[in-house]
Structure formats: structure tokens, C-alpha cells
Design a protein around this ligand. Structure first.
Ligand SMILES: C[S@@+](CC[C@H](N)C(=O)[O-])C[C@H]1O[C@@H](n2cnc3c(N)ncnc32)[C@H](O)[C@@H]1O
Length: 148
């Protein structure tokens, strides 16, 4: 498939220190959980090892609130969110949900496992009148298909 771009957005230095009351008690930043802090170079090397590192993969390094709103992304077929926090999930949805094409999919890895993530998704869906059913993938992941 040569007509798709995979956008990979991450700080590549771990989760932010929580700044919102909705994320209180969920400090998974690099000083607390260093295993979630993986460098851009290491991620690129993993893509390369699977022969998947080429011009079709574009990396957005930085905090979602800074990178996502100005990213030159047109349409998205799949929006996959895995940022754990309320803030990170909301930043992703606010910047990118409107770019998901009708028929496209939204996947949220942490919906079952992390209340802050779940709260962000539920709030966003309510605010925007999103009624497409949430389908369970496993004990934590969910998805829905955007109809319009
Ligand atoms: C649980 S890890 C998942 C990483 C990757 N999706 C995987 O499955 O291996 C969460 C990732 O989200 C990134 N992250 C969370 N909140 C972020 C934010 N607000 N801005 C940028 N990156 C963020 C962290 O750096 C971390 O790499």
C-alpha cells in the first residue's frame, strides 16, 4: 500500500507530569515510570527492523498539545490513541477526531484500564453527540466506527 501515511506522535520522553485535576494520582512520567520513555531513535530502529521505516511513516515528536493541532494531517482512516491520561486522550481527540473519515475507526487502548482515559472519551463523545457503539477489543482496548 503506497498511498497511506502512518503518523506516529509521541513525546518520545514519556508521559507528561499530570497538570489537570482529571489526572490526579496518575503520574506515569519518566521519573516515575521510565519504561514508558522510549526515544525516537529506538522506535525508528524497531520500524527499520521490520522493514517499515520509509517515507510513509512520519514522526511527530513533542507533547500532543503542541504537535497535533498543527500537524499537516489531512484525513485519517484509523485514529489509535494510547496516551493513558485524560489530558493526552482529550488532546488527541480534540485535534484529530474531526479528521477521521466517515467509515474510519477510532481505537482507544486504555479505555478499560485507565479511568482518566475513559472519562475523556466519554466526555468527548457526549459533547459531540457521538453515538456509534463502543466495541470491546479486550480487557482494556475499545473501538468505534465513525459513521458521519
Ligand atoms: C502506554 S505508552 C504506549 C506507547 C506505544 N503506543 C506502545 O504501545 O508501545 C504511552 C505513550 O504515550 C506517550 N504520551 C502520553 N501522553 C503524551 C502526551 N501528552 N504527549 C506526547 N506523548 C504522550 C508516552 O510518551 C508513551 O510513549
Amino acid at each position: 500500500m503506497k498511498d497511506r501515511t502512518v503518523w506516529v506522535a509521541d513525546s518520545f520522553e514519556g508521559l507528561p507530569v499530570p497538570s489537570l485535576p482529571q489526572d490526579k494520582g496518575y503520574d506515569f512520567s519518566a521519573t516515575k515510570i521510565p519504561i514508558l520513555s522510549i526515544s525516537l531513535e529506538e522506535v525508528q530502529e524497531n520500524f527499520r527492523r521490520y522493514n517499515l521505516l520509509d517515507d510513509q511513516v512520519r514522526f511527530l515528536k513533542g507533547w500532543f498539545c503542541d504537535t497535533l493541532p498543527k500537524a499537516p494531517i489531512g484525513q485519517l482512516a484509523v485514529l489509535r490513541l494510547d496516551g493513558d491520561l485524560y489530558e493526552s486522550t482529550m488532546d488527541g481527540l480534540n485535534a484529530l477526531y474531526s479528521k477521521v473519515s466517515p467509515g474510519g475507526f477510532v481505537i482507544v487502548d486504555d479505555y478499560g484500564d485507565f479511568a482518566p482515559c475513559r472519562n475523556a472519551v466519554n466526555e468527548f463523545r457526549q459533547l459531540h453527540g457521538i453515538n456509534e457503539p463502543i466495541e470491546k477489543i479486550d480487557w482494556t482496548g475499545v473501538f468505534w466506527r465513525k459513521l458521519s
